[in-house]
Ligand binder design. Structure first.
Ligand SMILES: [Zn+2]
Length: 316
């Protein structure tokens, strides 16, 4: 049954999110019927094209032949068999019901608040998740590679410490224009057992903490780490496309746009201007957005460390 749920995730990533009767019959272990019974699909208008039930080799446009006084009949042309009749049930198709899936997933996590649709048909806030570092908005985002992608990104990045569930495929890194939020693939994280979606909360927490560690923008890494990061990218990609992540990483490490530009120019053996660093900052929402955590965390920490260092010991 889990396998059918993975089918569903792939379908959620698709553009049309519909399943034809022919495709549905192919899902393992009657998986489609079970998901249908849970309300994860709604029947929509009949297919206009169906796979030829006679030879299974081609699609054909369905032609309806009115039959006065009796039910209409449907046919498609087949190069092998001529005219092939299609049964009415073979014309059915269904579309994913995202609200039903949203409810089912939200019910699996101990979240506060009710699911709210942020971008119609694409982004929902499932609720808030309490972590030692505070509350996170847990979101489900579908269609991050469609025309709605920009609206989706805005809804996500303006959420509070977002944790984003996605059906399966992650958008390209540059999609985020800066910090990548923790992403949880339903395809990988969820199973479907005992006729319901099951999300392992521990797995969920692990992913959130791990991804936060990796994605934490405020952790100003040292110049050596930044160099290694850049070299690794050179090795894997042949040449570095200087994306915002690198520009902002250098800014956090070096502390000013001018120093960041000088550092990158030397490291990459090509001219990187401070205006270019500045544009990355602007894209990410300004200096405050880029260095917010850095200021409140690393800098404060190092300031208090300095103060301790210079203060006389009370007990001395
Ligand atoms: Zn055929």
């Amino acid at each position: 049954m889990t396998e059918s749920f993975q089918f569903l995730c792939l379908l959620m990533d698709g553009e049309y999110q519909t399943v034809s009767a022919y495709e549905a019959s192919d899902w393992p272990q009657n998986g489609f019927e079970k998901l249908l019974a849970l309300g994860f699909f709604n029947q929509v208008e009949n297919s206009q094209y169906v796979v030829c039930p006679d030879c299974l080799y081609h699609d054909g446009e369905v032609v309806c032949i009115e039959n006065p006084g009796r039910s209409p009949r449907w046919f498609i042309p087949c190069p092998e068999s001529g005219r092939v009749e299609i049964r009415p049930d073979e014309l059915r198709q269904w579309r994913i019901s995202l609200p039903a899936i949203v409810q089912a997933i939200a019910g699996q996590l101990s979240l506060t608040g009710k699911p709210t649709e942020l971008v119609p048909g694409h982004v929902w806030r499932l609720g808030r998740w309490k972590e030692p570092d505070g509350l996170h908005d847990v979101l489900l985002a579908v269609g991050l590679r469609t025309k709605q992608a920009e609206n989706c990104r805005r809804a996500i990045t303006s959420s509070h410490k977002p944790v984003v569930m996605i059906p399966h495929r992650e958008p390209a890194r540059e999609f985020w224009l800066g910090k990548v939020p923790p992403l949880i693939s339903l395809y990988a994280a969820a199973t479907f057992t005992n006729d319901r979606i099951q999300l392992d909360p521990e797995y969920f927490v692990d992913v959130v903490r791990q991804e936060e560690l990796e994605a934490a923008p405020g952790e100003a890494i040292g110049p050596e780490q930044l160099r290694m990061m850049i070299r690794k990218m050179v090795r894997t990609e042949g040449q570095v496309r200087i994306d915002d992540e690198i520009l902002l990483g250098a800014l956090r490490t070096c502390g000013s746009t001018r120093k960041a530009a000088a550092f990158l120019s030397e490291e990459l053996q090509q001219k990187v201007t401070k205006d270019r660093v500045q544009r990355a900052v602007d894209r990410a929402g300004g200096v405050a957005a880029v260095t917010e955590d850095y200021d409140s965390d690393s800098v404060v920490r190092s300031r208090s460390r300095n103060r301790r260092d210079t203060m006389p010991e009370r007990t001395a």
